[in-house]
Design a protein around this ligand. Structure first.
Ligand SMILES: NC(=O)c1ccc[n+]([C@@H]2O[C@H](COP(=O)([O-])OP(=O)(O)OC[C@H]3O[C@@H](n4cnc5c(N)ncnc54)[C@H](OP(=O)(O)O)[C@@H]3O)[C@@H](O)[C@H]2O)c1
Length: 258
């Protein structure tokens, strides 16, 4: 390892190869944090690591792994232990969606989505919490979605994974309130990333936030110890009573081409 920065601490970001995760790594890099980038696409991660380390004079390490594998989170944790990588911020961002009628989508793909969006996030938090507690200040940012606040037809399992992430994160935040760890949940609305194409949703979006603006609000608010982080005007959406939100969403999805 060729280390440029004397700080021993690292921020670990999952889903760092594109979209919101990539923007989050840039935001941390600009603030001088060393990084561990996690995703499957090794080539993209290595290119990013090269760029960020050269430009920002930080240490950037790469772990190319499929987080849907049961042992992935444990392997990442053990890899950090073996290489004496001290993680003081865990950013659980990796996630995918699947768009379509529940019974028409592959059940195996839907279960794999739960493995990524839920299982890997929970496992990473589980392994890293004891170490995060040892730092003067530790951080966990779990990425949910504004969809955590209402049922989302045609993304039924995806929406449920995000409701899980929000509930889990708020409960964990309470449990850790007397520790040195800040736990926050990021709830973005529609953001301009590969998410929709990868999910199989080609319906046009009316307005999309930029990953950069989402990442900036996310990291500012995490350091400001906010519990649930709403980029853009998503806070307003979260305040709308659930029975009204359900009607708005039903109207919106009725226009979808499936
Ligand atoms: N875009 C939106 O409108 C929106 C709104 C609300 C919430 N979110 C949430 O934001 C997070 C980031 O999504 P995004 O919009 O930035 O989408 P994205 O551009 O598609 O990024 C997804 C990231 O997750 C990684 N990933 C996917 N499958 C993986 C696997 N099996 N193992 C390891 N890494 C994997 C991808 O990297 P590799 O392909 O290299 O593995 C990529 O880095 C997700 O949790 C998503 O649910 C997005």
């Amino acid at each position: 390892m060729n280390l440029l920065n004397n700080s021993e601490n690292y921020t670990l970001v999952t889903g760092a190869s594109s979209g919101i995760g990539k923007a989050i790594t840039k935001e941390f890099a600009e603030r001088g944090h060393n990084l561990v980038l996690v995703a499957r696409n090794k080539k993209v991660l290595e290119e990013l690591a090269n760029q960020w380390s050269t430009y920002y004079k930080i240490n950037v390490l790469v772990v190319s792994i499929n987080l849907q594998e049961e042992n992935a989170a444990k392997s990442i944790y053990e890899w950090c232990q073996t290489h004496n990588i001290k993680v003081d911020a865990l950013i659980n961002n990796a996630g995918i969606g699947l768009f379509g009628a529940f019974e028409k989508l592959s059940i195996d793909e839907q279960i794999k989505m739960i493995a990524l969006n839920v299982n890997s996030l929970v496992r990473l938090a589980y392994y890293f919490v004891p170490d995060l507690k040892k730092h003067k200040k530790g951080y966990i940012l779990n990425v949910a979605s504004i969809a955590a606040f209402y049922p989302l037809p045609y993304y039924s399992v995806y929406g449920a994974t995000k409701a899980f992430v929000l509930s889990f994160t708020e409960a964990l935040r309470h449990e850790l309130r007397h520790s040195t760890i800040t736990v926050s949940c990021l709830c973005p609305g529609d953001t301009n990333t590969n998410f929709f194409n990868n999910a199989g949703n080609t319906n046009k979006k009316r307005s999309l936030m930029s990953p950069k603006s989402v990442a900036k609000v996310a990291i500012d608010s995490l350091f400001d110890n906010q519990s649930v982080i709403f980029p853009g005007n998503m806070k307003l959406v979260s305040k709308v009573p659930r029975f009204i939100l359900k009607k708005i969403i039903a109207r919106r999805v009725s226009k979808y081409k499936l």
